[in-house]
Write a protein that binds this ligand. Structure first.
Ligand code: FE
Length: 346
């Protein structure tokens, strides 16, 4: 639209129009969104933004690692405006690869808690997930109350957990290392490994399925995987949810480990203002609702209601979340990988 009007207008006026279009957050135009999200409710999330702003969203959807590789390969010519993905550890990797630029926004600073955004404004969290402990209520009378408890020898042969190459496991150990130091973190990882019922395999849903099938009694998973089974139809899990107990760990100490779905503006964003407008939109009440609901996550903005299934599994009155700045998860990522490698955790 801008190009057509520019052609029709005298040159001086055309420059004015162009300058306006670039400086206004609500200019017509486009937004190229590189996203690893793929939820049914997202259609409404995106169409509302398009209606409110007149900005058309072009979506490129793939796994986070593929998107990061693609942006790296595209370099200065990348059409990417926004990278939207999960886990602060991944956003950190994108930043380390030089793919994100710092954004200052009064809206984002006010709406998003400080610990859920990068200190330089390179990325912002828009929903939270907690990594919690699930157990078979028929088999475990005294479930672990903390991540530290997972390493207690009394749970030997009972615990299922994912492989150490998984970003959720890396981020969890990165947080623990920040709280207790490298040596104690390694002792913990060794204890967890010693308690495993089987070699690490599969995704979070597979850990929960292994509890349902009796292969293990205790598992670690992000909240939304269980909420998905409560609210919908997850093969090998829905129908068995009654046997599960849930512990939000470390309520008496550091709080439960949380992570985010988040986004940042691409270093070479051709539509930088539209990208900022999109991030600010994601922090609005209505977008928070869709964004968190789509994957049964906790909104980052206070006062937005939880999805039914998530509400059902969350302690009444909420839970104490670890308030560590999530940037630390990225900074301690290499250390966490080293610790897992040292002890031979697969
Ligand atoms: Fe996940």
């Amino acid at each position: 639209m801008l190009n057509r009007r520019t052609l029709l207008l005298p040159s001086v006026l055309a420059i004015t129009v162009a300058a306006f279009a670039v400086s206004s957050a609500y200019a017509d135009g486009e937004l190229n969104l590189y996203s690893s999200r793929h939820y049914d409710t997202d259609e409404r999330l995106y169409s509302d933004f398009e209606e409110q702003t007149g900005i058309k969203i072009n979506r490129i959807e793939d796994s986070a690692d593929v998107l990061i590789e693609r942006m790296t390969a595209e370099g200065a010519n990348s059409p990417a405006d926004v990278l939207l993905t999960v886990d602060a550890g991944r956003l950190y990797r994108a930043d380390q690869a030089g793919l994100l630029q710092p954004i200052e926004s009064a809206v984002l600073a006010e709406r998003i808690p400080e610990n859920l955004r990068n200190p330089d404004g390179k990325w912002y969290g828009f929903s939270q997930r907690a990594r919690v402990i699930f157990y078979d209520e028929n088999e475990v009378a005294d479930p672990p109350q903390s991540y530290q408890d997972l390493a207690d020898p009394k749970y030997a042969g009972k615990v299922c957990a994912r492989s150490s190459s998984n970003i959720y496991m890396i981020s969890l150990l990165a947080a623990i290392a920040e709280h207790v130091g490298e040596e104690a973190a390694q002792t913990w990882a060794q204890g967890l490994k010693d308690n495993l019922a089987r070699d690490p395999e599969g995704g979070d849903t597979d850990q929960l399925r292994a509890v349902a099938s009796g292969e293990c009694d205790i598992a670690v998973s992000n909240t939304y995987y269980f909420a998905r089974a409560l609210g919908g139809d997850v093969d090998g899990l829905t129908g068995s949810t009654d046997m599960f107990g849930v512990v939000f760990p470390n309520q008496d100490s550091t709080g439960t480990h949380v992570n985010i779905s988040g986004a940042g503006v691409a270093t070479n964003a051709p539509n930088r203002d539209n990208a900022i407008a999109f991030l600010e939109y994601l922090a609005s009440d209505s977008a928070q609702d869709y964004f968190a609901d789509g994957n049964n996550e906790y909104p980052v903005v206070v006062g937005i209601p939880l999805a039914d299934a998530l509400s059902e599994m969350t302690p009444e009155g909420g839970f104490k979340a670890d308030d560590l700045n999530l940037d630390v998860l990225g900074k301690n990522q290499a250390l966490a990988v080293q610790i897992y490698d040292r002890i031979g955790y697969e």
